[in-house]
Write a new protein. Structure first.
Length: 500
């Protein structure tokens, strides 16, 4: 017998982020008559995607890129069906050079770096040796070691990435105990190969600049894994998947994707889930929210890992140790942004990445310019988990002043005069996410993501979201693929329409 106080459905999807919406969209397209509802705690859809118009551009508070468009499983869908515009960055060839841009930097500069304390800009020649062509395809990892000197066509950063991958693969192959990625990087820096390489660069360009760039490469791992490198798993690096073809920022905003997926769906906003209960005799799942009860034979749970970690939802029966162990081992920290909109651009027009580096690793960060996409002078600073922890208790003004100060050191006091507005994110304090995205902590393995994807309660409770996909975890495409995966699994179990 059904619970008379609960609203009855065939499938309940919890969460209107990309994972949950992708699942619901696929189910609706496959079975239009399915009684389907999506329960979302927020007042909006999108989950960790949130887009706001800002001048001629956008402020992306959460997911901002489609990564690796060449081998990305969702590139065709998001462009041909959902309508995301992922065109190549538009050319600005006819735009005159801005006199505010430092003379050392050509307008064609796609990546630059400076010491955030001294304000010294790192010579473009060293940047090319260290990072190569930022917009070029990644090299074949098997050929990276063929070029081991400063004249190699393979960048220092790519050589470092390849060495870390080889280290991780050897550890796994020889059953060597895992170690924090920070320990691996520090040990690698002391090897004869890297000591010699870094010493040669220091003699030519200065040790200060070399240390800044080393820390810049170091911070990339914290950024892409949303966890401090002193808790990240070295072995995981060999299992995380490679994204090819470069990244793209949608020219019409990332919210275009969830908005498309949500069309035609029954989505109940402001429905905060507090409990999920399975009745084995009735083969029914009851979902308790602050707006009432919902019941269905199948539930798809796309709650972020941070919500699962904090046990904000009670499961009855309790999650088994295998599932709980995976939840504990996968890291989920906050990765925030501080965005600046200026009256005028003072950096190269073709710039994509800006490293605000330091010999102090904890001060090192990256910024991203979206001027090339929108012709709007906007810079976005990334606040990585280590810095988020350092900023705990700071006011928004203090955080803004810190990163604005880095820019002032390099570009002068005009920076503050040109500022129109600054915006910050707050994923760490958001009770419906409790963080940004996942990265594997020390002691875990890629199989933990597989465990997170496993359904429970004889298939009645499924899990989707970026934390349930081993390949490209932490990305929008991982969330999307997981949603379709779970929808296909359910369609194999649900009775044909005539029997519903």
């Amino acid at each position: 017998r059904s619970n008379m106080s609960a609203q009855q459905f065939d499938v309940i999807v919890i969460g209107a982020g990309v994972g949950g919406l992708a699942a619901a969209h696929y189910l609706r397209e496959s079975r239009p008559n399915l009684r389907l509802v999506v329960l979302e705690a927020r007042h909006r859809i999108g989950g960790r995607i949130r887009t706001e118009e800002w001048g001629k551009g956008f402020m992306e508070y959460g997911g901002e890129w489609i990564h690796g468009i060449s081998n990305n499983a969702i590139t065709e869908f998001v462009t041909k069906k959902a309508g995301l515009i992922l065109d190549e960055n538009p050319s600005l060839k006819n735009e005159p050079r801005n006199p505010l841009v430092p003379k050392i930097l050509p307008d064609s500069t796609s990546m630059m770096a400076f010491d955030c304390n001294s304000g010294k800009i790192i010579p473009p020649a060293l940047m090319k040796i260290w990072f190569g062509d930022e917009m070029a395809p990644a090299p074949d990892p098997n050929k990276v070691h063929e070029g081991d000197d400063l004249n190699s066509t393979v960048s220092i950063d790519d050589q470092l990435s390849a060495d870390i991958a080889v280290e991780a693969q050897n550890r796994i192959k020889n059953n060597i105990a895992d170690s924090p990625l920070s320990e691996t990087l520090n040990r690698m820096k002391q090897t004869p190969k890297w000591k010699s390489k870094l010493e040669k660069l220091s003699k030519e360009f200065g040790r200060e600049f070399v240390e800044v760039l080393w820390n810049g490469s170091y911070k990339i791992y914290e950024g892409f894994n949303a966890n401090p490198v002193d808790v990240l798993s070295t072995n995981w690096i060999a299992d995380a998947g490679v994204e090819e073809g470069g990244d793209r920022v949608p020219l019409n905003g990332m919210e275009t994707l969830p908005n498309f997926l949500a069309k035609g769906l029954d989505i109940r906003l402001r429905h905060i889930v507090s409990a999920i209960t399975y009745d084995e005799k009735r083969k029914m799942v009851t979902v308790k929210t602050d707006q009432g009860l919902f019941e269905a034979p199948y539930v798809l749970n796309s709650l972020p890992l941070g919500v699962l970690k904090d046990e904000a939802v009670r499961f009855t029966p309790s999650l088994p140790p295998r599932k709980q162990g995976a939840i504990d081992r996968i890291g989920f920290e906050a990765w925030e942004k501080v965005a600046f909109r200026f009256k005028e651009r003072f950096w190269p027009k073709d710039l994509f990445w800006m490293l605000c580096g330091s010999q102090n690793l904890n001060e090192t960060t990256w910024m991203h310019s979206i001027y090339k996409e929108f012709q709007e002078p906007i810079l976005v600073a990334f606040v990585y988990p280590t810095a988020v922890a350092m900023h705990k208790g700071w006011s928004q003004k203090q955080i803004v002043d810190k990163y604005l100060g880095f820019l002032e050191n390099a570009f002068g006091p005009k920076v503050r005069e040109l500022l129109i507005e600054a915006r910050t994110t707050g994923w760490a304090e958001n009770k419906f996410s409790r963080g940004s995205f996942t990265g594997l902590r020390l002691g875990g393995s890629g199989s933990d993501y597989d465990v997170m994807s496993e359904p429970l309660w004889d298939g009645a409770l499924g899990f989707c979201g970026e934390h349930t996909t081993r390949k490209h975890n932490g990305t929008i495409d991982a969330a999307f693929v997981s949603g379709e995966r779970e929808a296909k699994r359910l369609l194999q179990r649900i009775a044909p329409p005539s029997k519903l």
